[in-house]
Design a protein around this ligand. Structure first.
Ligand code: XIL
Length: 471
């Protein structure tokens, strides 16, 4: 399909009436490269629904500031079924001063997850990092009480709301020795069992995990974690799972990943990929993005192949909110969505590995909808009228038309559909009276928007997850 983006002349006079003095054009809508798979909002084609149909979850991490990013939240709330607060449940936020608890930032993320029917992974209770100095400065005789009090209060606050807790994070050095942090120095390796027991006493339902990085393959560090899990299980310490952070470097998913996960499952625990990303030396190239797609597929294939792998969480939603560029200078592009929250090859590979079709995992075949549009623009605003036609052979009951607004356009009002968010990747949903579209039938809706110079029509239309043709 040829790509044609309509650019309309912008009259310099003020707008006089809707569509009257404004320039009007009916055009073939830009049909650029169709998205490989469902946009945010396309319930049947999301990573979340594909994963759940395979019996695992697919999650993401979000921080409080991400809640203000409408492109990010639209994807998070539709594509992911599990949420991990990226920082807000850590000790430096939740108990910055002894006995003084602050759950407000994490509570906002919990509300977002609940509003989007996402489950939650609590992260994290006991960790050497993002630990306030009052803890590391305590006399060793006081650390146990402080740790138990912290766990008891935080777990109690979220009791009944979380799927799991990363109770202890990153206890090991690379050589498999225990990290000599405040907890180990005060209690020896017994701090792990004590933390787990304290967490279980505060919430009997949340699954309790130990979590670490560089334990994905067989190595001294994963051997140490394995031996710890074995020892804890033999003592009857409450432990449900081990989280493998999976902060991978491009092309370096360990060949022993699957066998390693399997040996943990054999000890009677679940395993989960808890912080997946795959960092690329910048600038990313077609070859590196394709290698990344292959790495993501390997991770999904591995989890699906291991009975007892509960799910996968990506650390962040897209490259724009990923922690990688800030922590590993020169590296980035580590997630499935690019800096503008468009799906990358890794997204398609992930959806495919989860059982989605390689080009369109939607049960609705591409081409069962056709979209035409009209735009009327003036110096700072425009109106657009869009008509959807059901070109398939079955009635569509309830529609959500996803499309990408050109940069600079912001929706200010709409008619015959509800639109959200106002910029970027927008979903237009039918209202109560126009949701049914019989074969051959059409429905029109429209919106008014401000613009900053680009008056092009939207692009990349998909109806209920299936790409539409544009007339
Ligand atoms: C990271 C966050 O993403 C950053 O925003 C923060 O500055 C540092 O921590 N392992 C973990 C996560 O368990 O908590 C870390 O998150 C990434 C590495």
């Amino acid at each position: 399909m040829s790509v044609r983006t309509l650019r309309l002349p912008r009259p310099r006079h003020a707008r006089r009436a809707f569509g009257a003095a404004a320039v009007t054009a009916v055009a073939a809508l830009a049909a650029a490269t169709l998205l490989p798979t469902g946009q945010a909002g396309a319930a049947d084609t999301t990573l979340r629904s594909l994963a759940e149909s395979k019996g695992i979850y697919f999650g993401t991490a979000m921080t409080q500031s991400d809640l203000n990013n409408s492109a990010l939240t639209a994807i998070a709330g539709s594509q992911f079924g599990m949420l991990t607060p990226g920082n807000e449940m850590k000790w430096d936020t939740t108990e910055p001063a002894r006995g003084s608890f602050n759950f407000a930032p994490a509570d906002r993320l919990v509300s977002f997850a609940q509003a989007n029917s996402m489950r939650l992974r609590g992260h994290t209770l006991v960790w050497h990092s993002q630990l306030p100095s009052w803890v590391s400065g305590l006399p060793t005789t006081q650390v146990k009480a402080a740790m138990e009090n912290h766990i008891t209060n935080e777990v109690a606050h979220y009791k009944g709301k979380l799927y799991s807790w990363d109770v202890v994070n990153e206890p090991f050095n690379e050589d498999g020795s225990f990290r000599t942090d405040a907890f180990y120095n005060a209690m020896g390796s017994g701090f792990v069992a004590d933390a787990l027991r304290t967490a279980r006493a505060a919430d009997t339902n949340a699954k309790l995990y130990l979590n670490d990085y560089n334990i994905e393959g067989r190595n001294p560090k994963s051997d140490a974690m394995y031996n710890l899990v074995k020892s804890l299980k033999s003592q009857g310490v409450p432990l449900d799972g081990v989280g493998f952070q999976a902060h991978f470097v491009l092309g370096q998913v360990p060949s022993t990943f699957k066998a390693n996960l399997q040996r943990f499952v054999a000890l009677g625990v679940n395993v989960a990929v808890t912080e997946l990303d795959d960092r690329i030396q910048l600038p990313a190239t077609t070859a590196s993005l394709n290698q990344q797609a292959s790495d993501y597929a390997t991770v999904v294939d591995t989890c699906l192949a291991v009975t007892g792998c509960a799910g996968i969480t990506q650390w962040g939603v897209g490259d724009a909110d990923s922690w990688i560029p800030g922590t590993f200078p020169g590296y980035g592009a580590a997630t499935m969505y690019d800096a503008n929250y468009r799906p990358k090859p890794a997204y398609t590979a992930t959806a495919t590995a989860l059982g989605g079709g390689s080009t369109s995992p939607s049960p609705t075949p591409a081409g069962s909808c056709k979209v035409t549009g009209t735009v009327s623009a003036w110096n700072s605003g425009l109106t657009e009228d869009i008509t959807i036609t059901n070109t398939g052979s079955t009635t569509i009951n309830g529609w959500s038309l996803a499309f990408t607004l050109p940069t600079g356009q912001t929706v200010t009002s709409s008619w015959n559909a509800s639109l959200a968010p106002a910029t970027g990747q927008v979903a237009a949903k039918n209202l109560s009276y126009n949701g049914a579209l019989a074969p051959g039938a059409s429905s029109s809706f429209g919106f008014q928007a401000t613009h900053t110079g680009n008056t092009s029509l939207p692009s990349l239309f998909s109806l209920n997850g299936a790409p539409c043709t544009t007339a």
